[in-house]
Write a protein that binds this ligand. Structure first.
Ligand SMILES: *Cc1c(COP(=O)(O)O)cnc(C)c1O
Length: 463
């Protein structure tokens, strides 16, 4: 299996190389050259398997020779062993034909653990085999950073630096990043917003001298291996509701478009999906784009669902690449226009292709709080604000005849202030996380300045 860049002019890589590289050298994102498919019988056969076995069967065709079957199985087993639920991704029914896929039973209580725990294992195997070291730099609106630190802490061949927007992550998120005391972990509070963090990270990848000197590796959702790990739960949840004989729909609270793009891949692999619904908070660039055809940045407005406070949605580039018939030149032009003018217009053909797969909705802050309260009263389920954005959009757009699965992306205790405001009760952290408030924090405040960041990484990384 070979991987090509969405901008068409970076080297073609194997799965292992694409995983360790992150962003392509032409500024694009890696995607598989062809998308493998599963037959209806192969999909039906996933029913009743353990999550780990289903994960192996869904992901194996993308991995090629980068890992042996035994290595890949071992990585999957280790990745999910620390989850707090035997089903890993349990499905809970909310109302008739509306289901919630709980993706928050991993070590940092957000869906990011599904991918990050796996790539932590895969990095370890690949780096030890090649006797290589890498410096991982990640940008986070809160959950990616904690998941990455949890997955890579203490690994011998890796240093991990996480940039988060100072003052804009929840206390639980911050503590998950600042309390691990492993020598290879560095939490950096950047003076700026999440888009600044993401922009500086991209700058580092585009500064080849720095990139090569430190062995820069990326674990943001630009990393193909992360998208791949998220494809699995679309299959397991749909099959448990009768796929492939019956179509299902999904609603996905969306920021960087990674999680929902995994649903698109599941669909292309042969999983029958009726609608794939993008749910956004007041940072609604994706909803506006689907509605008007114009992709235009508009400044981040901090919200109660901070992990979706994003304007430039990196993985959308992968969807554009597909919508433009895999024309890397066209994608390059759009991205250059975005950089120069802050927006671009999607061609008529491409917007129709996107609308054939995706629907979208936007939720205000008030509706989000009201949804948390209403679902809590009606079902007893406590939603985090991101999951509430999903549920609210799903309720508006769903076809009652088709099962709707809304992805619950974080545990409510990760965002206790919003949940308490909505329900009057402060959600408790699972008991396995009690230590979080006992440990001292370790964090470095950094300016929104590339040379200063690069100097700090040079100085701190181990050799
Ligand atoms: C990261 C995150 C999202 C957004 O996911 P994307 O893959 O960036 O679209 C939504 N909810 C929570 C809780 C998250 O951590």
């Amino acid at each position: 299996m070979r991987y090509v860049s969405t901008r068409g002019s970076a080297p073609i890589l194997t799965f292992g190389e694409a995983m360790l590289t992150g962003l392509a050298r032409d500024g694009g994102l890696y995607v598989p050259e062809t998308i493998p498919t599963l037959t209806p019988d192969e999909i039906a056969a996933l029913g009743g398997l353990s999550y780990e076995e289903a994960a192996f069967r869904v992901m194996r065709p993308f991995v090629g020779e980068a890992f042996t079957d035994a290595e890949f199985r071992r990585a999957i087993d280790a990745a999910y062993a620390g989850f707090g639920h035997a089903a890993r991704a349990p499905l809970v029914q909310l109302t008739p034909n509306h289901f919630l896929l709980e993706l928050f039973h991993g070590p940092t209580l957000a869906f990011k653990d599904f991918a990050m725990q796996l790539i932590g294992q895969l990095f370890q195997i690949a780096l030890a085999r090649d006797e290589r070291r890498v410096t991982i730099v990640g940008a986070t609106s809160g959950d990616t950073g904690s998941a990455a630190i949890e997955a890579f802490r203490g690994l011998p061949n890796v240093d991990v630096f996480i940039l988060f927007p100072e003052g804009r992550v929840s206390e639980v998120q911050r503590r998950q990043m600042t309390t691990p005391d492993d020598a290879n972990v560095h939490a950096l509070a950047l003076k700026g917003d999440f888009d600044d963090c993401q922009a500086r990270l991209k700058d580092m990848f585009n500064h080849f001298e720095f990139r090569d000197a430190v062995g820069l590796a990326g674990v943001n959702s630009i990393n193909w291996a992360r998208v791949l790990a998220q494809v699995v739960y679309y299959f397991t949840s749909a099959v448990s509701l009768g796929a492939p004989a019956r179509k299902v729909s999904f609603t996905v609270p969306t920021g960087n478009f990674g999680d929902i793009f995994a649903g698109y891949i599941a669909n292309r692999m042969g999983l029958p999906i009726d609608r794939l619904v993008i749910a956004t908070n007041q940072n609604d660039i994706l909803h506006r784009c689907l509605t008007t055809g114009r992709y235009e940045t508009d400044g981040v407005k901090p919200s109660i669902s901070p992990s979706m406070d994003i304007q430039v949605s990196s993985n959308f580039e992968r969807a554009l690449f597909e919508a433009y018939g895999r024309d890397g030149g066209a994608v390059t032009q759009l991205m250059e226009e975005l950089k120069a003018k802050g927006g671009f217009t999607v061609s008529q053909g491409a917007i129709e292709a996107l609308r054939a797969t995706f629907a979208s909705g936007r939720v205000s802050e008030e509706e989000t709080l009201a949804t948390i309260a209403r679902i809590n009263t009606a079902t007893g389920e406590v939603l985090c604000p991101h999951s509430a954005v999903g549920v609210s959009v799903a309720e508006k757009l769903r076809d009652p005849a088709v099962p709707m699965i809304t992805l619950a992306t974080a545990h409510p205790a990760k965002f206790p202030d919003a949940v308490e405001e909505a329900t009057g009760h402060r959600p408790a952290l699972p008991s396995r996380m009690a230590e979080l408030f006992a440990h001292p924090e370790r964090v470095t405040s950094v300016p929104n300045d590339l040379p200063a960041l690069e100097a700090l990484i040079h100085e701190r990384r181990r050799r």
